[in-house]
Write a protein that binds this ligand. Sequence first.
Ligand SMILES: [Zn+2]
Length: 179
Amino acid sequence: MRKETLAPKARAPEFVSGENFSYLGQNYRLRIIRDAAEPLHFDGDHFWLAEDARSEAEVHFRRWYIRTGRGWLSERTAALARRTGTVAARIEVRDLGFHWGACGKNGVLFFNWRLLQLPVRLVDYVIVHELVHLQEPHHSREFWQAIDRALPMWRQLKDALRSDGARFLVFGMDALRSL
Ligand SMILES: [Zn+2]
């Protein structure tokens, strides 16, 4: 599933105190600190980035999103699988170029870690989309009918992903190129 329809990214991360980063559609402020036990820490309220880790900040954030989001995406995929009637053998969170998600061989679903910046309802659409691909590989009539049964609101979510998704992305197209 491609994200080609997103508007160009509005900003690139600067990694300065007070800057907002989104996780599942919620904004969390960044604080830069001098002495830290780990390069990037999240306390449920703020991200804490060590000053001497700023030059590698994108790498630390990427690692954080993958580590934190993997379990969440796993559980969410299992929950939504009850609606699609398909089951993913496992999921992987990684860089996926311009794709939000992909359906691989042997029942493996891949998700772009940047997806984790989006609100849950938009992530749900991407998960359901890939879950249905386990059974319907192409965007056939049957595919959209299955989407409709699993997620009746899908049209609205698909449009919102296109029109609204970009504003949650601190790590978007530009970040893709710089990693
Ligand atoms: Zn698709």
